[in-house]
Design a protein around this ligand. Sequence first.
Ligand code: FES
Length: 145
Amino acid sequence: MYSEKVMDHFQNPRNMGEIEDASGVGTVGNARCGDIMRMYLDIDDNGVIKEAKFKTFGCGAAVATSSMATELVKGRTVQEALEVTNKAVMDALDGLPPVKVHCSLLAEEAIHAALWDYAEKEGIVIEGLKKPKADIHEGEEEEQY
Ligand code: FES
């Protein structure tokens, strides 16, 4: 079942909403379950993430992971935000049931998509950032089902 932290972030999501004129916006989906997550980042001139907000149309685990992901990237540099992997988000939530692990991939990928958008707008390259997928199932996550 879900941990208390997952339930808390699902019932009281942090940073839900959108940022007007965000530095970077990323949207990713999971074509199988139909869930979609959009991440907004406000990044200052020093490359520090000042604010992060999200909108998620998805399951409870997707809401909880996006809520936690925004909490984890706030105050970090763009480079540090790359360390906020789905595993880091799951650890911060005291774990997710195995069938829900793929939901946390949406959060990781949404952060990457927003950073990618920011890098393109700024004309910079973020070391270690790969072009995000619009659908997390274009690829290797198949076996998780
Ligand atoms: Fe779709 Fe969780 S079931 S993201």
